[in-house]
Design a protein around this ligand. Structure first.
Ligand SMILES: NC(=O)c1ccc[n+]([C@@H]2O[C@H](COP(=O)([O-])OP(=O)(O)OC[C@H]3O[C@@H](n4cnc5c(N)ncnc54)[C@H](OP(=O)(O)O)[C@@H]3O)[C@@H](O)[C@H]2O)c1
Length: 268
């Protein structure tokens, strides 16, 4: 990072994002300018406006990391949490994917933090065709029909798992794949990387209620390392482009199995 670089830290709460930015500014290792900004990613127009602003101010962006997720609580019904969860995790991902690829400068990186729960094999087979090879419009449509089936009380009978996190993560990875499929040639020619990324197990307030054993969990700081390795790699690896990447390795899109409690997950 250089003194002329700008790091823009965003969050939905002005106080929290300002405090986080101040903590970064205080680090003697940080030479770049650090700015904080309120951004609610569930508002696509706000995400689009930020992308346009960066195009105007900086002629684009070099690294974009989309990490926002609403927290799920085990003691509240999944249906009651569906709208906020989908609006942030999926609506936010779609908004970033619609606005930011176009403002990436040559050598740019756009990473969507998803999860190893985002491979197709995590869902029942009957749902696979909806996501496999889907365009971004189609992924958005599937997400909205999933939301609607939750609200109509028919999601289970149409095959959707109860735990919102599973379809949501698969949809995030499918959305990244859709955009990457369209842009692959031009992006790799410009050394641009678009990918989804699994940070591994991280000890956060969001994940704590859902794991039985935390002994192997990383701190957020540790988990950021592999994500930053991908973001700051000297060149975009074509083998990783568009894929779901965990600790530098591709998690095959059609791989994965239905999650079980043997994985240490508390599945609703
Ligand atoms: N933790 C794990 O073990 C693990 C494993 C695999 C994948 N992941 C993935 O990693 C990502 C981050 O998860 P995490 O565990 O770090 O959760 P987290 O601690 O709850 O972080 C999520 C962040 O999203 C922000 N956010 C929520 N709603 C927002 C909105 N509308 N607009 C903008 N920002 C918003 C939250 O800000 P506030 O401070 O305002 O709440 C929070 O900073 C998620 O996609 C998650 O699925 C996590």
């Amino acid at each position: 990072m250089r003194a002329e670089d700008t790091v823009l830290l965003t969050g939905r709460d002005a106080g929290r994002v300002a405090a986080a930015a101040e903590e970064i500014r205080r680090s003697p290792k940080v030479v770049a300018r650090v700015e904080d900004r309120v951004l609610d990613v569930s508002r696509p127009e706000a995400v689009a406006a930020l992308a346009e602003e960066l195009r105007g101010r900086h002629s684009g962006a070099d690294v974009v990391i989309s990490n926002a997720a609403a927290r799920l609580r085990p003691d509240v019904s999944q249906a009651a949490q569906a709208d906020e969860f989908i609006d942030v995790s999926n609506g936010g991902t779609h908004a970033v994917l619609r606005s930011f690829p176009q403002v990436l400068r040559p050598g740019g990186r756009l990473l969507v933090v998803a999860s190893s729960l985002g491979t197709l094999g995590r869902l029942p087979e009957s749902l696979h065709p909806m996501f496999d090879g889907a365009t971004l419009d189609q992924v958005e449509h599937v997400v909205e029909s999933w939301r609607s089936s939750i609200h109509r009380g028919v999601a289970r009978e149409t095959g959707w798992p109860l735990w919102l996190n599973l379809p949501s993560k698969v949809a995030q990875v499918a959305a990244v794949r859709a955009v990457a499929a369209d842009r692959r040639g031009q992006d790799l020619a410009n050394d641009i990387m678009i990918a989804s990324v699994c940070p591994g197990m991280v000890d956060t307030a969001a994940s704590r209620p859902w794991f039985t054993d935390y002994s192997a969990a990383q701190s957020p700081k540790q988990a950021a390392e592999a994500v930053l390795d991908l973001a700051l790699a000297t060149s975009a690896d074509p083998a990783l482009y568009g894929e779901l990447v965990r600790f530098g390795e591709v998690l095959p899109w059609r791989g994965g199995t239905r999650p079980t409690e043997q994985e240490g997950l508390l599945i609703p």
